[in-house]
Design a protein around this ligand. Sequence first.
Ligand code: DQA
Length: 150
Amino acid sequence: MSTLMILNGPNLNLLGTREPEQYGYETLADVEIMCREAAKAHGCKVDFRQSNHEGMLVDAIHEARELMLEGKLLGIVFNPGAYTHTSIALHDAIKGTEVPVIEVHISNVHAREAFRHHSYISPAATGIVIGMGAYGYVLGINGLITKLKK
Ligand code: DQA
């Protein structure tokens, strides 16, 4: 069975209690359940991860490449959190591994502070889902699988 990696960056472990007016009341555990159900509908399973550390996220992308080369992984649905706006290392990891990545943001970053308007991830991403709440992860999964079928 093919696997999708769902990768979450810093502070996303706080979902449910963190600024609910921005991020809603779903916890990361709720998001994981939504992702597992969405992936299952496509006959896929999910490797669900979260880290507050940039290097761990880089390592996960490198690991995804190995799994992809072994035919075990289709791609990544990635919410990089605040590293979206700062991390050239994550940009380079996606470019360097050529793993298909769908960038997801729960909130509409373009309707927020100016420092959230720029993403280092977007130019390296296969697709982007912004501002659709936790449902954005499901859209990301469906979008990734649909794109890969083309
Ligand atoms: C976020 C948006 C980022 O600007 C922020 O730093 C996050 C979450 C989102 O899902 O809306 O941590 O990626």
